[in-house]
Design a binder for this molecule. Structure first.
Ligand SMILES: Nc1ncnc2c1ncn2[C@@H]1O[C@H](COP(=O)(O)OP(=O)(O)OP(=O)(O)O)[C@@H](O)[C@H]1O
Ligand SMILES: Nc1ccn([C@H]2C[C@H](O)[C@@H](COP(=O)(O)O)O2)c(=O)n1
Length: 542
């Protein structure tokens, strides 16, 4: 589990490169004092709330002081390492960059805690290949020359060896002395000399070929993008949640401070406090913090496809509500186009006419998922039998699809910015519209089951036969058309819904969302249908 970099970027060597999945959370400077049971308790609750997150980065000073056995063998230290190990056991990759307080964390601590120790930081590589240099930040305080000298000495091999061999009592005593000495020394130094230096930050980032720098150390929030470098600095995370005030995991999570979380578009501030939520959240998020939503690792985009009547909109709407995400009904947009085509007396089979109608329509959504056509709610008029009959030919025109798909992407981007993510459903959301969705699902059910559901919905159980014919016709049309036919994406998780209630389907999808992003190769049809929870975990990107 221990990954100690031999070379240091500051001296021209390469740091380890680690792939960072979407949903990675970066926190730092927790300063957990293993001698304070209330703080240890808060820390373990915080970790419990992270189970299922794909990756957690700790940017140093996880512990108030960590010299060796004195901390590792204490009740508090043992509890912290066990809680870290449980988090790792849940599938979370934990990357710890030691800070100036806990630089003596060692291989045996990393083994017990199930984390990877990166002594000199590392370069994180996101899905889009963008690179982030990850450091504690004290190495950037180059104007504090005496500190830099001390830093080199205390991180040297002999000091490490000494720390490992120190008896428990001695290491506890040294920790206390160091804490006092450091507080005095820091108080004496001029403020300017203690600051991380921008020139050093630029130099190291450029050496690591990284456009983003992620640090902690100064207990000061920063997200500042200039001179070609985005420098993110975490605040002292956890001072609120790790105290005795947080009585439950939810409270621990809810009272947390801002952290940075990796989304598809890059690092974003993740505030788990209600006040810090991004603007534009729908009214349902004005209530208390939704703990499950907090546990979903930045699922920026969940895409659900499947045949007609399988329950896509039901599942997508409920899932979006449950996870505080925006619900994007892409089929409703084609229905709105088909309705306008019919209203204007155009021929649904005439591509040029349909394209002209599409060009003249403005399609948008309210945050609650209501489709607006030229500013007015689309309402039930897009769901009549007549529209349903004609929407297939209209949606089969390549040029119409091009316009509608472009608009769908714009809407998803706008809504994801406002709400943190979206659940989209349709026929081609996993294959064409959002091929990079964080989670792709292909829902299936037999045609007869779908016909029964639709007949029940319409209150005409006697007409199952007619509805079945209609469903089979739409299946045939949707899956054989030339443009964006309905098919299961290679990396979509197949969920067979025969015999599952809508709530059970949503339960399964929520589990998949919580479990984090998927590695395409593992997440496809081999797990199809009966894919269990543990299957899903196995499919995760590690
Ligand atoms: N798991 C389920 N079990 C039973 N009924 C369900 C289930 N999921 C959805 N339904 C019902 O099936 C009907 C069709 O569902 P829904 O409209 O969500 O399907 P859809 O895939 O979005 O259809 P379309 O593609 O035609 O828009 C609805 O009446 C819905 O309440
Ligand atoms: N992404 C999509 C969504 C829908 N369609 C087509 C297929 C249907 O015939 C029609 C209406 O969809 P529904 O409301 O029944 O889901 O639109 C599509 O081609 N691509």
């Amino acid at each position: 589990m221990t990954e100690r970099a031999d070379s240091r970027s500051g001296r021209g060597g390469a740091l380890p490169e680690i792939r960072l999945p979407v949903g990675t959370l970066a926190i730092g400077d927790l300063h957990v004092d293993v001698e304070r049971p209330d703080v240890v308790e808060g820390f373990t609750r915080f970790l419990a709330a992270q189970h299922g997150r794909p990756c957690l980065i700790v940017l140093g000073d996880l512990f108030e002081y960590w010299i060796g056995k004195g901390q590792a063998n204490s009740a508090g230290g043992t509890r912290c390492l066990a809680a870290l190990s449980e988090l790792a056991g849940s599938g979370t990759r934990i990357l710890v960059v030691p800070g100036n307080r806990d630089f003596l964390l060692g291989a045996s601590d990393a083994r017990r805690g199930g984390f990877t120790l990166l002594a000199d930081g590392f370069v994180g590589v996101a899905q889009d290949r963008s690179r982030t240099l990850v450091l504690h930040g004290d190495e950037l305080c180059t104007r504090d020359t005496s500190y830099q000298r001390l830093r080199r000495v205390v991180r040297s091999g002999p000091v490490r060896w000494l720390a490992r061999t120190l008896p428990t009592a001695a290491s506890s005593a040294i920790a206390m002395r160091l804490r006092e000495a450091s507080t005095r020394a820091v108080a004496r130094k001029p403020e300017a000399s203690k600051r991380p230096q921008r020139d050093e930050a630029l130099r190291r980032s450029s050496a690591a070929n990284a456009r983003t720098l992620l640090t902690g150390h100064v207990h000061e929030f920063r997200d500042d993008d200039r001179d070609g470098l985005r420098w993110l600095c975490v605040d002292a995370f956890g001072h609120a949640p790790l105290g005795p005030a947080a009585a439950t995991a939810e409270e621990a999570s809810a009272s947390s401070r801002d952290a940075f979380e990796l989304h598809l578009g890059g690092w974003r501030v993740r505030s788990s406090s209600r006040a810090g939520r991004p603007p534009g959240r729908t009214s349902r998020t004005d209530g208390p913090v939704n703990p499950e939503a907090m546990l979903v690792p930045a699922m920026t985009l969940i895409a659900i496809d499947g045949p007609s009547g399988v329950g896509k909109s039901t599942a997508a709407r409920l899932l979006a509500r449950r996870l505080d995400l925006f619900f994007l009904d892409t089929g409703a947009m084609y229905r709105a186009v088909a309705r306008a085509v019919l209203e204007r007396g155009a021929d649904p089979h005439d591509e040029a006419a349909c394209l002209e109608v599409t060009r003249g329509l403005h399609l948008a959504f309210e945050p609650d998922g209501t489709l607006l056509v030229d500013g007015e709610p689309a309402g039930p008029a897009i769901r009549t039998e007549r529209v349903t009959r004609h929407v297939s030919p209209v949606s089969a025109h390549g040029s119409v699809r091009e316009l509608v798909v472009a608009r769908q992407r714009e809407i998803a981007a706008e809504m994801a910015r406002a709400t943190g993510g979206a659940v989209a459903e349709g026929r081609d959301t996993t294959t064409v519209v959002f091929p990079n969705a964080d989670l792709k699902v292909f829902l299936t059910a037999s045609a007869m089951e779908r016909a029964r559901r639709r007949a029940a919905e319409l209150g005409i159980p006697d007409e199952v036969g007619r509805i079945l014919d209609d469903i089979c016709r739409r299946d045939e049309h949707d899956s054989t058309r030339a443009h964006s036919p309905l098919r299961q994406a290679d990396d979509a998780v197949r969920v067979e819904t025969d015999g599952l209630t809508a709530e059970q389907v949503v339960e399964r999808l929520a589990f998949l969302a919580r479990s984090g992003p998927f590695d395409g190769a593992d997440a496809g049809s081999p797990r199809s249908g009966g894919g269990t929870s543990s299957d899903a975990v196995r499919g995760r990107e590690r």
